[in-house]
Every structure is written in structure tokens, then in C-alpha cells.
Design a binder for this molecule. Structure first.
Ligand code: BJW
Length: 236
């Protein structure tokens, strides 16, 4: 399997990666789903933490949860998988992850489909936004411009993805000749739909995940293993 994938990766002229939480798992960040009992959605109800309605109902609880995740990320380092991806300079990276570990590993071009945990913006969309000190994240605070609550600049369920990011990702997936899909359960749309999109546009699809996923039916090669162990072999 690895040898087949290595050939596809070496032959690719326009490679794109599509990653999910499994990419950052070996950096100590918890995934959302999967078999891990520590997975975020095993311990927390996504409807209580990751919807605009949850924030409206209990902004303190949601802000505290993100403050905890921001502190964990401040302590985390890119892992071997981030570094292997970043080492392939011609590769465009599309990620569902809100962390900055690909950038910290040196990746040049990263499209964040679900926003970034490193920024806050006004929940009333008055236009005010600010960068966050991840090691010392701010408490729940009003927007200095309009007085509504500030919220994390991530995409919650029911919200639209940033238009430029989604358009860029669709274009990349239509035009790529290899889509390397890493550490995603491929259950959240529209991100998951990028995989069949690339396949229909005739890209080869290589999956790397610790377990089988629904996306397996689109894969030319499916490798079951840890991203931090597999990607250095694929891209090294
Ligand atoms: C390893 C590993 C290792 C572990 N190595 N692997 C069409 C049909 C049905 C519903 C919808 C639809 N279109 C839209 C929807 C609604 C919804 C949706 O998709 N729901 C489904 C769950 C059913 N989508 C949305 O609401 C999106 N908005 C939208 O489409 O707007 C228009 C619209 C709205 C409503 C209806 C129709 C249209 C927005 C989605 C926002 C997702 N937000 C979150 C939170 C972000 C902020 C934060 O981080 O707090 O994004 S939810 C969470 O899931 C997070 C992730 O980015 C996302 C995907 O998760 P991911 O990355 O795949 O992680 P896991 O944990 O699921 O998987 C990890 C994998 O790694 C596992 O498989 C492990 O095995 C593996 N792994 N260790 C390799 N070491």
C-alpha cells in the first residue's frame, strides 16, 4: 500500500492535501470523533459548544471551552506529519483544522475551511476582529466597537464557510492530480464533499487514517496508520 502511494505522490505535479483533526492528534490535540474516548464530541455535545445558538445561550461556557483548547494549542508543537507535508513545497494544503501547526511547520499555502482559533471577531459581525494570545486567551468580553460579545473566528455547525476559502479549496480539488486526505472522518460537509469532487475531476486519492472511513470508497490507496508515521514515508 505504502509503495503504491509513494509512486502516486512522486508522480503528482499538482498535489493537494486535505486534512482533519487526526493530523494534529500526535501533537496532543484531541480529535472530535473516532474511537478515542477522549475525542471532543465524546465528552461534549457539539450542539452545546459549536453552534451559534450555543454561543448565544451560554457565551461563557463556549468561551471557557475555547480558552482551554487555546492553551493546549499554545503548548503543542507540529508533529512529523505536519513537517512532512510542509516539506513538499509544491503542495497546497486545505485543512479543516483551526490550529496553526501546518504554518508553524513551514507550510506556505494553507486554506483553513473552518476558520482559525487564533482570532476572535464580533458575534454581531460589526467587523471588529483581533488576534488572540493563545497562552493567555481573553475571557468573555464585549466587542470594543459595538458592545456585543466577541467570539472565536471558527466555523460552527449551520454557519457558512469563509467564501474565499471554500472557493479556493474547490478550485484546488478540481485542478489537482493527487488529493492526499489525512486524519479526517470525512463526515462534515462541505469539506467531505471535496473528496468525491477531486475524484470525479480525475485526481488520484490517497487516504491516511488510523481507521477506515466512508471516504474509502473514493480512494485509489487507503493506508491505515498514524499520520506521523506514514507521511514521512510517503513524502520523505
Ligand atoms: C488519525 C490519527 C492519527 C486520529 N493519524 N489519523 C449536507 C448533508 C448533511 C448535513 C450537511 C450538509 N452540508 C452541511 C451540513 C451541515 C453540517 C454537517 O456537515 N453536518 C454533518 C455532521 C452531518 N455542516 C455545516 O454546518 C457546515 N456549514 C455549512 O455547510 O453551511 C451551509 C449549510 C448549513 C446547514 C445545512 C446545509 C448547509 C459547517 C461545519 C463546521 C464544522 N465545525 C467544526 C468545529 C470547528 C471549530 C472548532 O474546532 O471548535 O469543525 S465541527 C468539527 O468537525 C471541526 C472539524 O474541522 C470537523 C471535521 O472533523 P475532522 O477533522 O474530520 O475530525 P474527526 O475527529 O471527525 O476525525 C478525525 C479522524 O482522524 C478520525 O477518523 C480518526 O480515526 C483519525 N485519526 N488520530 C491519522 N494519528
Amino acid at each position: 500500500m505504502i509503495d503504491d502511494a509513494v509512486k502516486l505522490v512522486r508522480l503528482a505535479r499538482r498535489p493537494v492535501s486535505l486534512s482533519g483533526a487526526g493530523l494534529s492528534a500526535e501533537s496532543g490535540l484531541e480529535t472530535f470523533r473516532g474511537r478515542d474516548p477522549e475525542a471532543l464530541w465524546s465528552k461534549h455535545d457539539p450542539l452545546q459548544m459549536a453552534t451559534p445558538e450555543a454561543f448565544e445561550a451560554n457565551p461563557q461556557q463556549v468561551t471557557d471551552w475555547y480558552a482551554w483548547r487555546r492553551k493546549v494549542l499554545a503548548q503543542a508543537e507540529p508533529n512529523a506529519a505536519h513537517r512532512a507535508l510542509a516539506s513538499r513545497e509544491s503542495m497546497l494544503h486545505v485543512t479543516q483544522n483551526v490550529d496553526d501547526l501546518l504554518e508553524r511547520a513551514g507550510a506556505r499555502e494553507v486554506i483553513h475551511l473552518h476558520g482559525t482559533i487564533g482570532r476572535n471577531h464580533c458575534a454581531a459581525n460589526c467587523g471588529h476582529e483581533e488576534a488572540i494570545d493563545m497562552a493567555d486567551p481573553p475571557p468573555l468580553a464585549p466587542c470594543p466597537t459595538c458592545g456585543k460579545w466577541m467570539r472565536p473566528s471558527v466555523v460552527w455547525f449551520g454557519e457558512s464557510l469563509p467564501e474565499a476559502a471554500l472557493e479556493g479549496a474547490i478550485e484546488a480539488c478540481v485542478e489537482c492530480d493527487l488529493l492526499l486526505v489525512i486524519g479526517t472522518s470525512a463526515t462534515v460537509n462541505p469539506a467531505a464533499s471535496l473528496i468525491p469532487l477531486a475524484k470525479e475531476a480525475s485526481a488520484r486519492v490517497v487516504l491516511v487514517n488510523t481507521e477506515e472511513t466512508e471516504a474509502g470508497r473514493f480512494a485509489d490507496v487507503e493506508i491505515i496508520g498514524k499520520a506521523g508515521e506514514v507521511l514521512p514515508k510517503l513524502l520523505g
